[in-house]
Design a protein around this ligand. Sequence first.
Ligand SMILES: [Ca+2]
Length: 308
Amino acid sequence: MKQQGVALITVLAIVAVVTIIAVATMSRQQMDIRYTENMLRYDQMRVLAESLDAWAISTLPANEQDLAAIGLTDSWAEPLQTDTIQQATVHARLTDLQGRLNLNSLLNGTIVQEAAVARMRRLLQRLELDENLLNSILDWMDADSSVRLPGGAEDADYERNKPAGRAANRAFSSPAELLLLQGFDVQSYQRLAPFISALPSDASMNVNTIPRDLLPVLADDMSATDADLLDEQRQEQKFADMSRFLSNQALAGRTVLAAGLGVNSRYFLLRASVTLDRLEMQYSSVIHIDEEKGARVIQRIYGSYEGF
Ligand SMILES: [Ca+2]
C-alpha cells in the first residue's frame, strides 16, 4: 500500500511538472504570437505613416504663384479628415516650421543676428525663462570657445558634466538638442519647444503663419489686442509682401525689425498619428519645398519633432 501511495504521489508530481511546463510553453508561444502580431502591426503602421508624406507633398503648394506668399488660410493648413485605412485610424496635419523662431537664425557665421536675438529674448521673457539662456544657445552654436557671460558655456564647462561632453560649435540639427545645453532642463525645454525650430540659418520667419501666441515677440510692448488684430487681418487675407505687413495698423507706432521676417515658407512639418487595435504610433516629417526639384522629405521622426 505504502509503495502504491508513493507511486501515486510520484505520478501526480510528474503530471503537475508536465502541466506547468506545458502551460509555460503555451504562454510563451502566446507571447511570441502576440509579439509577432505587434511587430507586423508596427510595420503596417510605419508604412501607413510614411504614406502620409505623399498626402502632405500633394497638399503643399507647388506653383510659383501659390508659393509667393504662404498663409494659414491656404489649403495645405487643413488637416487630413480623420480616415480609416486598412483598419487603422489616421490623423495628419501640416504646420509651417517657418512660423516658429528658428534657433539657427540667431547667428550667421560669427555675426549675431540682432533682430532674431531680440525676438528670442522676448520669447524667453514671455515664457518666464532666464534671458541668459540666449548666451548658452549662442555659445553652443558659435565656432569659438570664449564664454559669453552671463549664462554662456563652452567645452571647459561641458567637459565637467557627467558624462563629459563638448559644445557642438555648429548649427542645431534638432530643437531637442537644447536639452544638452547648460541652463536647460526638461521643464524649460518643454515650454520653449512648441515655438522653435532648427532650420538652415537663412530660413526666415513667416509673419503669416506665426502662431497667435508668438506674434508679440515681433515687437516690444505689443499688446494682446494688437496681436489679435494682426491675427484677424491675416485670417481674412494673408500678407502678400512685407511692406503690407509693416504698414498694418496693428503695428502703428511700433518698431518691428524686419530682418529675418518674410511672407513665405519652404519648410513644413507633418504631424501624424496612426492607431491600430491598441497600438498608437506618432510620426513626424520635415518637408522642404525646393523651387526647382519640388517638395521632398528631409527628415523622418518616429515621435514628435520636439522630441517628447
Ligand atoms: Ca562655441
